[in-house]
Write a protein that binds this ligand. Sequence first.
Ligand code: ADP
Length: 324
Amino acid sequence: MSTTAGTAPVIELDGVEKVFDVRRKTGTLRRTRTRVRAVDGISFTVPRGEVVGYIGPNGAGKSTTVKMLTGILNPSAGRIRIDGIDPTRERTRLARRIGVVFGQRTTLWWDLPLRDSYELVRRMYRVPDAVYARNLDTCVELLDLGPLLEVPVRQLSLGQRMRGDIAAALLHDPEVLYLDEPTIGLDVVSKSRVRDFLRGFNAERGTTILLTTHDLTDIESLCRRVMVIDHGRLVYDGGLDGLHASGESERTLIADFARELPPIDLPGARCVGVDGPRQSFAFPAGRSAAPLVAALAADHPLVDLSIREPAIEDVISRMYGATS
Ligand code: ADP
């Protein structure tokens, strides 16, 4: 189902702009007006069933785009269609076709058990009984929500709450799911659980997903396509490999040894820091760390190690460095 690409696009943006008029007090009587061009002429389409990463530094215009796609904000110019629907004109009809998850806040009712929140969603969207039962069963099973259904939302951990939120967004069978930082603040296990679920759900149902995240591992594990927005403009649209290549991005292997050692000359990487018994090595993001780890462990008293993924900000700033 996830390979229905080639049919009519489910998300369409053509020359979309959003300008905010900001009034600021600059004296007792004076106010200056400035215009912020948050989204500055963006065009793209997303075919049905695709999972797309929508990334960029803070203030790039990502949230503003998503708010326009959900009908919360109206574009200043340009054209948007979601499954053929104009979000500005038919916000209510659109609401039935989309699901939204914000990592930073919950759409669940704080004092109610999860099950009651879902019941309210069912009534709000008038979800047919069979559809509701099927979706709830799928989500409860795959997100392991069974033991949590009777627990008030405020008692859930962040990871549990996020799983609960994702289920709430899917109960009405949306065509399109917007996820805004769905793994923010989660531990490694919860993150991979959320990713596994999204991958499986997309494969099974063909739900189109637009994912905003600061975590490149989210993108790596979910998206074949990534769009980068900066200063309101689309600056990259393609595979993650191409993004890493154009940004020449690097991962960092952080190794702790049993004692202080002189900087190690490690083929395929460069030593970028020595801090007591800890040494850091940068290597190309597209390569596996395994040979480096094996080489270090073979010749040195290796105690512990971790890998730091490239930050999206670094990838993007290097991309500009490489292209300008
Ligand atoms: P991102 O989600 O990529 O961090 P946003 O879409 O939130 O970026 O913001 C893009 C730009 O638009 C920023 O400069 C931000 O300050 C500005 N902006 C966002 N919302 C408003 C608003 N309601 N009024 C004025 N400026 C805004």
